[in-house]
Design a protein around this ligand. Structure first.
Ligand code: TYM
Length: 325
């Protein structure tokens, strides 16, 4: 069976971009693949974070995986720091990764700019830890959003280099990115991607209340004319809203354009808010359920770490042997 690995950082507020581009695809993939879905806490601490809130954030991501329909009896759900092999492999891969390759990473450049020079070595080495995550499980396919594509490509380069230096050890993973929806844009600045760390009105969180959803969609930036037409270059605002509508309704964009022909932005936005309120209701309900029973999630994460560790230990045994460690 094809092996899938992917993950989300327990940082900021997980939003509909993370869900539509990635988690929703995982749910479909788990039917026909062996899937491992990680909560990557070691990645989340490469930028300043709220120490006290970290465990809560981890539980929140786990409840999003479960509320989305990830089945813990089929797929492995676990927390990265509970499987120490991730850090061991990352260190070893660091020794074959060119400094220049890491300097070129777009996300590193963007985050460094935001942090105004207050950058730690962990942020620089972040893509190597991510390569370790992927290679540890002999992954075939990595479903991610557009912004993580470059990191998966680096993981492929590192895998090939390791194999040619030390002998066939790792599978070389493929990246999987949606054709439409791999980059959901900010509601307030539709030329920028929706981000977990940007100010609140720019994104819809998966646990947002109906009032918050209606308000944010109502004030989302649209374009100067009134036409509901998909054209990301000239009409980025409405094109982003159409993409969101299409992915939640599982309807082609062309059909939605037809449905709202001549109706204007207000009526489209009101229908989109209704759709989001309905589609996000299970997230709000499930979260309330899980919050009452934290042991349920803890048990899933412990079982998941035990299953992941077994695979990770096998790979590390091979790696130590070929490197003569
Ligand atoms: P993270 O936590 O930033 O984001 C989780 C996933 O959501 C995607 N994403 C988006 N997709 C569409 N539109 C957006 N606006 C948007 N914003 C985020 C991301 O591309 C990602 O797929 N480094 C990774 C986590 C990670 C990982 C891994 C992923 C660590 N190890 C191994 C795959 C395999 C990250 O920071 O994702």
């Amino acid at each position: 069976m094809q092996k899938i690995f992917s993950g989300v950082q327990p940082s900021g507020n997980i939003h509909i971009g993370n869900y539509l581009a990635v988690i929703k695809q995982w749910v479909a993939l788990q039917e026909k693949s062996d899937c491992i879905f990680c909560i990557v806490d070691w990645h989340a601490i490469t930028v300043p974070y709220e120490v006290k809130a970290l465990q809560q954030k981890i539980k929140e991501v786990a409840s999003i995986y479960l509320a989305s329909g990830i089945n813990p009896e089929k797929s492995v759900i676990f927390v990265q720091s509970q499987v120490k092999e991730h850090s061991e492999l990352a260190w070893l891969l660091n020794t074959i990764t060119p400094f220049g390759d890491l300097q070129r990473m777009t996300q590193f450049k963007d985050k460094s700019k935001k942090l105004q020079g207050n950058v730690n070595a962990g942020l620089f080495n972040y893509p190597v830890l991510m390569a370790g995550d992927i290679l540890l499980y002999q992954t075939d396919l990595v479903p991610v959003g557009e912004d993580q594509k470059q990191h998966v490509e680096l993981a492929r380069t590192i895998a090939k280099k390791f194999n040619s230096k030390f002998g066939e050890t790792f599978k070389v993973p493929e990246v999987s990115v949606l054709k439409i929806g791999a980059k959901i844009m900010s509601l307030t600045e539709p030329l920028k991607k929706m981000s977990k760390s940007d100010p609140e009105p720019s994104r819809i969180g998966l646990f947002d209340t109906p009032e918050q959803i209606r308000k944010k969609i109502g004030s989302a930036t649209t374009d100067s004319d009134k036409e509901i037409k998909f054209n990301p270059k000239e009409k980025p605002g409405i094109s982003n809203l159409l993409t969101i509508y299409s992915l939640f309704a599982d309807k082609p964009i062309k059909d939605i354009e037809k449905e709202f022909q001549g109706k204007g932005y207000a009526s489209f936005k009101s229908a989109l808010a209704d759709l989001l309120i309905k589609k996000l209701e299970p997230f709000r309900n499930k979260k309330a359920e899980f919050d009452k029973n934290p042991e349920f999630i803890e048990k899933i994460l412990t079982d998941g770490a035990n299953r992941a560790r077994k695979i990770a230990q096998e790979t590390m045994q091979k790696v130590r042997t070929v490197m003569n460690l």
